[in-house]
Ligand binder design. Structure first.
Ligand SMILES: [Zn+2]
Length: 255
């Protein structure tokens, strides 16, 4: 019989395995490259979350995952380097109790919608329903003035970003990238992939002429339908990522 402490450890180990897969999936779906990161809130401690040490997401292994507190500090520091922008995660978890996972990326198709005023990234197809009538844009100059390197490198900037996000699923970051959240790790990854896809489609459609976007009601209904279908995409993306990851296949045999 498994005691409750043992069950908890298993729960956390499974989440960390899923977080490793999430890192690889986001790379193979062109959301992250050498940069970008994904985190998951601790399933039993709302004031803790898991995030890789500073490294390229495609190379993350379970031993690279660290536990952080909501100040962005490593729970048990061991000298390994951490992401400069970990405050994106810590401050969103602090501000949004509903959020269980956060993805931050510099994915290319999204950048234009953060830098062109009056071109909000909106739900252009049912798969992007979670974008609704437009993702908010974070302007770092409003929080820190001119001359920053655009990075969310402290708690105050993380809090300002979380304020821009408000209750949305995604926030664009002017001249930098985007951050997507979810009530589960799989939902956050799904949203990150379809934020990139939606941006690409919207840019193409805008070249053709005036665009008919989903209405708020259509977007909400589509998002609700998609939320019940996330595992279908996740299962495919995971197989693809595992087939192409440089990881020895034996690492995956324990499942
Ligand atoms: Zn960044």
């Amino acid at each position: 019989m498994i005691d409750s402490a043992e069950a908890r450890r298993t729960n956390i180990a499974l989440l960390i395995d899923e977080l490793v897969d999430a890192n690889h999936i986001l790379f193979h779906q062109n959301v992250v490259d050498g940069f970008g990161h994904v985190s998951a809130r601790h399933p039993e401690r709302a004031d803790r979350f898991f995030l890789s040490r500073s490294m390229a997401p495609a190379l993350v292994r379970s031993a690279d995952i660290l536990e952080f507190d909501l100040d962005g500090a490593v729970a048990e520091p061991d000298g390994r380097a951490v992401y400069l922008e970990r405050f994106i995660h810590s401050e969103i978890y602090r501000a949004r109790p509903d959020v269980a996972a956060v993805v931050h990326s510099h994915s290319a198709s999204v950048i234009p919608f953060g830098v062109v005023r009056n071109a909000p990234l909106r739900a252009i197809s049912h798969m992007c329903g979670f974008l609704g009538e437009g993702a908010p844009v974070f302007e770092i100059r409003d929080a820190a003035g001119d001359g920053t390197d655009l990075l969310i490198r402290n708690r105050a900037l993380g809090a300002a970003l979380a304020k821009s996000l408000q209750g949305a699923a995604a926030v664009l970051m002017r001249g930098h990238g985007a951050t997507m959240v979810g009530t589960s790790l799989r939902q956050a990854v799904f949203r990150a992939v379809y934020t990139e896809t939606g941006a690409r489609l919207q840019a193409e459609a805008l070249r053709l002429g005036p665009v008919t976007f989903l209405t708020a009601a259509e977007a909400a209904a589509a998002a609700q339908t998609n939320d019940a279908q996330i595992n279908r995409a996740w299962d495919l993306w995971r197989v693809q990522a595992r087939a192409h990851a440089g990881t020895p296949q034996k690492d995956y045999l324990r499942e």
